[in-house]
Design a protein around this ligand. Sequence first.
Ligand code: ZN
Length: 189
Amino acid sequence: MSILDIRVLGDPILRQATTPVATITDDVRRLIDDMFETMYHARGIGLAAPQVGRSERVAVIDLGDDPFVVINPEVVQASSSTAKGEEGCLSIPDIYADVERPKSVVVHAIGRDGQPFEREATELLARCLQHEIDHLDGKLFLDYLSVLKRAAALAKWKLSADEYPGFIRRVALETPEDRDEHGHPEEEL
Ligand code: ZN
């Protein structure tokens, strides 16, 4: 397994829609394994393929004790009631903002074994699934912010963007101290 570089805000791949996976090949399985490895190393709780420069419709999630992959995920049902919660993103390190989203969702996806499944999620898992599926559609959590809040977040981002030449975050080279610096009570996805 390898730790992959993470693409940060400004890399055009984060704005491109992904392509559904037609067959779960060894290449796709390797991508999934590497994405888990990368997510754990970066201390994230979710990671989508465009964040590591890939265009497959794949994301991995682990809130702590239940790692799972979603291949070709779609939200098939969303609650009308919404909840506000703070979000961060491994591709926009150290920027956090409140985002309002449906409180619960039902997601349809394919697992690593090729079997389709449906998952009903609430609270943080619902938020995480929506955040990752947004990535697969070229969408970022900043898109939900008001004009003023987005401008403030982007101004803050510009101060640290130089740390990521070529829009690449070399997670493999980060020390535990670097990662603690990025660490936050609300984790990044
Ligand atoms: Zn993200």
